[in-house]
Design a protein around this ligand. Structure first.
Ligand code: ZN
Length: 120
């Protein structure tokens, strides 16, 4: 489920870059990140995004017994200064299962994943 509770007004702030200079950053409309630690950093460290939850399934583990684990949770993300052009536009990082991530899914990539899961 996409978190819709936090329709955030656009936020703009001055950001100092470690290697020198500064930038004026503005969150895209979907961003719910707090950016508490983004007033200074490496240029390409900045990300904007919103997390989305997935359903929790009771999964058995020999050492820990049965526990609820989220599946298909993720984040709509953008890395505005990344050297990879695919990461400079909004994309999905999908946590298929704990520690198992499909990174940088385009809308078409994400639709293919949804279709595969739905077909299964
Ligand atoms: Zn942001």
């Amino acid at each position: 489920m996409v978190q819709t509770s936090a329709r955030v007004i656009s936020r703009t702030w001055l950001r100092k870059i470690w290697t020198g200079g500064q930038t004026v950053e503005t969150c895209p409309s979907f961003c719910t990140d707090n950016h508490r630690n983004d007033d200074i950093g490496a240029l390409d460290d900045l990300q904007h995004g919103v997390e989305f939850e997935g359903p929790e399934l009771a999964v058995f583990n020999v050492e820990d017994g049965t526990a609820e684990w989220p599946v298909l949770a993720g984040r709509i993300n953008v890395d505005p200064y990344n050297e990879d052009a695919k990461r400079r536009v909004p994309h999905v990082n999908l946590n298929v299962f704990k520690d198992e991530v499909m990174e940088c899914l385009s809308p078409d990539d994400f639709a293919a994943v949804i279709a595969a899961v739905r077909a299964h």
